[in-house]
Write a protein of this length. Sequence first.
Length: 221
Amino acid sequence: MQKNNVKKISVTALFCAIAFLMTFVFRFKVGFLTFDLKDAVISVISLLYGPIYGVASAGVVAVLELLSVSDTGLYGLIMNFISSATFAIACGSVYKFKRSFSGAIIAVVVSVISVTAIMMVANIFITPYYMGVETAEIIALIPTMLFPFNLCKSIVNAASLLIIYKPITNALKKTGLVVANKTNYKFSKKSVILFVVSLAVLALAVCFIIFKMGGSFSFLK
């Protein structure tokens, strides 16, 4: 049991580090809003070990981001944690009870819906204080900016998670860090189709953010 806990902590620390690196490697920006691929990486932990590990990882990465690349202070910390934790909780909770191919699909769909909805509420109640504006001004941004941004952000992370999860878990199994029977989600024709569809959805969401919303993308900056 103790050896297993050490492995869990080691793997969790590894993915926290990778998630933190994502804040430097990939970054999308639309107006005052930014996002990266850390939610996808954090959710790998949630799928492997459950939502509690995912939430803890979301907190660690949010603090690391606050102390390094973030220029939004406490506001950024709170919003980053809410987004990452919501994604991890939704994803990990669904997959915990349905560890299968279909369970993975349902998990990311629930995560996309949950994050989009929760971030709307968070923006309404928190963003006015950060920007120093009336709540009505933030509400006016929902249909044109906040809703499409958070929806696309969630879709990008969900698609990324579906792309990276199986290769990562296979690699961890080979190293012995994850037990081989931890999941029955195996490579198959469906997995290949899922990979292709996820890649297409990811590309469409990124194109929408950049070309339709006038967003920008930076790499290693």
